[in-house]
Design a protein around this ligand. Structure first.
Ligand SMILES: Cc1cc2nc3c(=O)[nH]c(=O)nc-3n(C[C@H](O)[C@H](O)[C@H](O)COP(=O)(O)OP(=O)(O)OC[C@H]3O[C@@H](n4cnc5c(N)ncnc54)[C@H](O)[C@@H]3O)c2cc1C
Length: 392
């Protein structure tokens, strides 16, 4: 097989994961001379995602953070839980800022080639990983891909599959209604009916916020239903009638929340990263921090001349917790809201974030589990036993 160009690494897909990987490779002294091909159907920064994450330490994209919050608020069953974080801060990064910075770094580096092309597939041939595009085939020692579902994806074991879907409006008002120090992490005190429904509010200053109407359900809803959910919330909770705010930007998204175990490789020497690598946490949809951690792990291995890690999944116990919560979110939406109520009532927010980040020691996990209604989890354990007792 003849390939038109050969590289050390091909990064196929330049979204959160692909760009994170390029950035990490470019920072690593041992990899500075490596030739990289970065491919995507479009290599232009666009604002289509606002990535939020929490961090307790210095994170690599400090200068890209658009806003950070010290306090979080959750509302459920009529109660308001608001807390100042002690160990973490909650941050957001806009996708256009992220892409602009990393693509500019890549363009300045003569070892990086950028290719705008539709990616058609990957193979392993004659000892090389190969990416096919209409512009020809490109080969590398390693390909890291976030563009395509791995082969056999539909056949992977799957019991629970939900979608986290949302529409958000970045609104600007003429009067000061927001507290830019507090983000509303989840407000469940909204009409429920199509699945677990909540509003997420990220205030950037007293006049501007991103307000997202979010659902966990199997089916998407119509544009009109998201819009009604947003309008009702902005009118009811924020007291702003139509005409008192302008919509600056709309964000829509669908994130898979599933118990599918994604394979680490697409084929030999082609590694799945990002959502295609199964990095989305099944019970929350958060992916951004896990992508950053995965990229750092890959680059550490490459710098030592080793193969990238084959194991990217969460530890077993966290996979089980995710499955149990996902089971309840899927089958018992009302019970799930009671679980969230008890969780935020009885635990510090920092501890919950640490748990969601899978950094709690087991005795803290047990305390958290003791704080929420047990019956739904025992029921989920029984119903999911075929998965839980076969490795989750
Ligand atoms: C709107 C939205 C908001 C989100 N917010 C958060 C958040 O706040 N916090 C969090 O932790 N997670 C969040 N997520 C989840 C997750 O972090 C993002 O989906 C993240 O972008 C996943 O990164 P990725 O690189 O796997 O995929 P993407 O960022 O989608 O990148 C994939 C890239 O591959 C390219 N591509 C795909 N197919 C082809 C092809 N055939 N040929 C060429 N190029 C191709 C695409 O153009 C794209 O650039 C959000 C997701 C969405 C959709």
């Amino acid at each position: 097989m003849k390939t038109s160009r050969h590289f050390d690494f091909i990064i196929a897909g330049a979204g959160a994961a692909g760009l994170s990987l390029v950035w990490n490779v470019l920072q690593k002294e041992e990899l500075k001379s490596k030739k990289i091909l970065l491919a995507d159907r479009a290599l232009k920064p666009v604002r289509d995602k606002t990535w939020c994450f929490w961090d307790d330490q210095h994170h690599p994209f400090g200068d890209l953070v658009f806003h950070s919050w010290d306090s979080l608020e959750v509302r459920a069953l009529g109660a308001v839980f608001r807390e100042k974080l002690r160990d973490y801060r909650y941050h957001c990064v806009k996708s256009d800022d992220y892409a602009e910075k990393i693509l500019a770094d890549a363009r300045r580096n003569s070892n990086v080639t950028l290719l705008e092309a539709e990616i058609e597939g990957f193979t392993f041939e004659d000892g090389r990983a190969v990416m096919q595009t209409p512009q020809g085939a490109f080969s590398a020692g390693h390909i890291f891909q976030s563009a395509m579902r791995p082969p056999g994806f539909q056949k992977l074991k799957l019991d629970l599959s939900l979608l986290q879907h949302f529409t958000g409006w970045h609104i600007r008002t003429g009067k000061p209604v927001f507290d830019p120090a507090t983000a509303t992490f989840m407000d469940f005190d909204v009409p429920q009916g199509n699945g677990v429904t909540f509003i997420y509010v990220l205030p950037f200053n007293r006049y501007e916020a991103l307000v997202e109407y979010t659902l966990f359900s199997e089916e998407l809803i119509s544009d009109g239903e998201y819009e009604k959910g947003l309008r009702d919330y902005i009118g009811g909770r924020l007291g702003l009638s139509t005409g008192q705010y302008e919509i600056e930007y709309t964000e829509k998204g669908v994130i898979p929340m599933e118990d599918r175990r994604y394979p680490a490789q697409f084929c030999r020497q082609v590694w799945n990263v990002g959502t295609m690598g199964g990095l989305t946490k099944p019970s929350t949809g958060y992916t951004f921090t896990r992508i950053q951690q995965h990229s750092a792990e890959i680059v550490r291995a490459l710098a030592k001349g080793a193969q990238p890690p084959l194991k990217v999944m969460s530890p077993y116990r966290f996979r089980v917790y995710d499955m149990l919560l996902l089971y309840n979110l899927h089958r018992y939406p009302e019970t799930s809201i009671r679980i969230f109520h008890e969780l935020f009532l009885r635990n510090r927010f920092d501890r919950i974030l640490q748990f969601l980040e899978e950094k709690t020691p087991i005795h803290e996990d047990l305390k958290i589990m003791y704080s929420v209604p047990w019956l739904p989890f025992f029921r989920a354990l029984y119903k999911m036993k075929h998965r839980i007792f076969t490795g989750a």
